[in-house]
Design a binder for this molecule. Sequence first.
Ligand SMILES: [Fe+2]
Ligand SMILES: [Fe+2]
Length: 193
Amino acid sequence: MAIELPPTLQARLDALPAGLRAHVGRVREIARDLGEAHGVDADTAELTAAAHDVARHIPGPRLLEEAERAGLAINAVERYAPVLLHGPVGAAWLAADGAIDDPDVLDGVRWHTTAHADLAPVGQVVFLADKLDPHKSAMYPFQQSVRDAAFLSLPDGILTFLDGALRLHIERGELVHPTSTDTRNALLLAAAC
Ligand SMILES: [Fe+2]
Ligand SMILES: [Fe+2]
């Protein structure tokens, strides 16, 4: 059963294109299931999932403008691919709305594309739930291995995803966001200690 969302967030969701709304709906359900598997409050996981893509439909040039207006640091990879800013911009919007003040929820929105070494469990859940949308199975051919790992261990799930995505980026000659690399290194170091 879906939770009732803050009215400002519901209004942002209602303004999204239908395909994106459907993705968010699937991610909400997966986040509840994955949260429950790891003792993360399912309502908070669903709230974070509901909020994660509020800026995903915004074109790149406007995402850059919004990030600059919010005073966000913008790195060279983000300038080249501004879609990577939709999490940070969405988090800035939600903080400005004032309806969500839980820093773990805002961080979960902010870092849902790249992951982050300091993500709280709820942010880890939503990072993974976003990648486990069945409609992304063609985009991530290694998705089943992420699902298998994620329901056993959130860090292992994130590492499995980042490894798979890194291989794809290298095969295609694509840039890698430095925060994803930092996160992968942090997870490997934590596992080694
Ligand atoms: Fe997203
Ligand atoms: Fe998403």
